[in-house]
Design a binder for this molecule. Structure first.
Ligand code: IPM
Ligand code: MG
Length: 359
C-alpha cells in the first residue's frame, strides 16, 4: 500500500506527523512518500502543486493531506495560491465525492455552541460534489459589462453548471451511503431560483427511483442552513453541490463542538481517495504544538476503510480516539473544565498508546 503524504502548510505538518505515527503503529505495511504541497511547495518550487507532487499523488493508493493556505499568500496571482493545490488535486485525480461526517462525540457534547440535547448523538454525513459547480465552471473571469445595471463597468463572473452524469454519480454515492446508514437522503438545492439546481433536483429524484429502500427528501439550501442549527439530528445523509456543500459542511462541523475532530474523504470513481481534516491550515496556531491532530488521525482511519480495504484497522483507530477522549485528554480547541489539556504530540502519543493496549 503506497501512501502519498502531503502535509502542506500551517498546522498541516504537525497534525500529519501524528497521523503517520498512528499508521505506523498498526501492524500493516505501508510505503510512505512525502511531498510538498500548497504554500510550502510554492516556497520551494514556485508552484503550489508541482508535477512531482501531482505524480506522487497519482501513483499512490491513497493520499493523506494536511492543509494548504496562509494569509501571506493572499496577494499572489490566483493560480499560485496554496488553495489551488487542493483544487488541482481534486480536479486532476477526479475526486468528485467528498464525504464529510459530522459526529458529535459523547464527551464533547458540551463543546458545541448548541444546547447539548440538540447535538447529543449527532451523526450526519455530508456528501459534497467536489469537481463541478461554480468552483470549476467555465467561463469565468473579468470583463467590461455590456449589459446589466452598469454597462461599461468592470465586472467579474463565474459559471454554475452541472451535467446529468455528474449529478447521477454523486447521487449514487449518497444513496449507497444511506443504504448502510439510516436510509434517508436529503438533497439540498436552490431549485426555486437556479436552473442548475432544478436539474440537480430532477436528477436526484430519478436516481432515487433505483433505491426504493431509501427515503429521499429535497430542501432549499437556505432552509437547510436553518434546519441544521434548529434540529440537526433530523438529518442523516445530506447530498449537495460543491458550493453549498462547502458552506454547509463548515456549519455542520461546528455543531459537533470542534472542527478539530472532523475527518474527510474525497473519492474518485474507483474509491481511490485523498483524506484530509475538514479544518484548514490555522496559521495562527501553527508551530505552537497545540493543534488537534484527531481530525487527521480519523482521516487516516477513513483512508483505511475506503481506499485500503482495512476496515478493522479503521475501527481500531476510531476506538483509540474514543479511548483518549474518555481518558479526558483534550487539545485546547476541545478543552473544558475538569479535562486535561494536552498538545499535538501528546495527543498523538496517547492515541498510539491506546492502540497498543487494545485487546
Ligand atoms: C474546503 C476548503 C476549500 C474549498 C478551499 C481551501 C479551496 O474550504 O475544503 O472546504 O473551498 O473547497
Ligand atoms: Mg470549506
Amino acid at each position: 500500500m503506497k501512501l502519498a503524504i502531503l502535509p502542506g502548510d500551517g498546522i498541516g505538518t504537525e497534525i500529519v506527523a501524528q497521523a503517520v505515527r498512528v499508521l505506523q503503529a498498526l501492524d500493516l505495511k505501508f510505503e510512505m512518500e512525502e511531498a510538498k504541497v500548497g504554500g510550502a511547495a510554492y516556497e520551494a518550487f514556485g508552484h503550489p502543486l508541482p508535477d512531482a507532487t501531482l505524480n506522487l499523488a497519482k501513483s499512490a493508493d491513497a493520499i493523506l493531506f494536511g492543509a494548504a493556505g496562509d494569509w501571506k499568500y493572499d496577494t499572489l496571482d490566483r493560480p499560485l495560491r496554496p488553495e489551488q493545490a487542493i483544487l488541482g488535486l481534486r480536479k486532476h485525480l477526479g475526486l468528485f465525492a467528498n464525504l464529510r461526517p459530522a459526529i458529535c462525540y459523547e464527551q464533547l457534547t458540551h463543546a458545541s455552541s448548541l444546547k447539548p440535547e440538540l447535538v447529543a448523538g449527532l451523526d450526519i454525513l455530508i456528501i459534497r460534489e467536489l469537481t463541478g459547480d461554480i468552483y470549476f465552471g467555465q467561463p469565468r473571469g473579468r470583463r467590461t459589462a455590456t449589459d446589466g445595471h452598469f454597462p461599461g463597468a468592470l465586472e467579474a463572473f463565474d459559471t454554475m453548471r452541472y451535467s446529468v452524469p455528474e449529478i447521477e454519480r454523486i447521487g449514487h454515492v449518497a444513496f449507497q451511503a444511506a443504504q448502510k446508514r439510516s436510509k434517508k437522503v436529503c438533497s439540498v438545492d436552490k431549485a426555486n431560483v437556479l436552473e442548475t439546481f432544478q436539474l440537480w433536483k430532477d436528477v436526484m429524484t430519478e436516481v432515487g427511483k433505483s433505491y426504493p429502500d431509501v427515503q429521499l427528501s429535497h430542501m432549499y439550501v437556505d432552509n437547510a442552513a436553518m434546519q441544521l442549527v434548529k434540529a440537526p439530528k433530523a438529518f442523516d445523509v445530506v447530498v449537495t453541490g460543491n458550493m453549498f456543500g462547502d458552506i454547509l459542511s463548515d456549519e455542520a462541523s461546528m455543531l459537533t463542538g470542534s472542527i478539530g475532530m472532523l475527518p474527510s474523504a474525497s473519492l474518485d470513481k474507483a474509491n481511490k481517495g485523498l483524506y484530509e481534516p475538514s479544518h484548514g491550515s490555522a496559521p495562527d496556531i501553527a508551530g505552537k504544538g497545540v493543534a488537534n491532530p484527531l481530525a487527521t488521525i480519523l482521516s487516516a482511519a477513513m483512508m483505511l476503510r475506503y481506499s485500503l480495504a482495512q476496515p478493522e484497522a479503521a475501527v481500531r483507530i476510531e476506538a483509540a480516539v474514543q479511548a483518549v477522549l474518555a481518558q479526558g485528554l483534550r487539545t485546547p480547541d476541545i478543552y473544558s473544565d475538569g479535562t486535561t489539556k494536552v498538545g499535538t504530540s501528546q495527543m498523538g502519543d496517547a492515541v498510539v498508546a491506546a492502540l497498543s493496549t487494545q485487546g
